[in-house]
Design a protein around this ligand. Structure first.
Ligand SMILES: [Zn+2]
Length: 71
């Protein structure tokens, strides 16, 4: 599990470096735990960042893209 305290200060590195504002009601690049998986999902772009061996991997290049983002 990802530490809830850690979750508060983490943000999607992809979203925070982009000029687009976050959708209404969300914090820019806000991450939420993915149920049943050692992963965090970005509420803004849908990228999933995985944790391996308890270490969270926040590299944009290694994040899983949402399935509907083919462009
Ligand atoms: Zn994002």
């Amino acid at each position: 599990m990802v530490d809830p305290e850690l979750l508060k200060i983490l943000a999607c590195p992809y979203c925070v470096t982009r000029p687009e504002p976050a959708p209404k009601g969300t914090v820019k690049g806000e991450l939420e735990p993915k149920p049943g998986a050692e992963a965090l999902k970005c509420k803004q772009c849908g990228r999933e960042y995985h944790a391996e061996g308890g270490i969270l991997n926040l590299l944009i290049e290694e994040a899983t893209l949402p399935e509907d983002a083919n462009s």
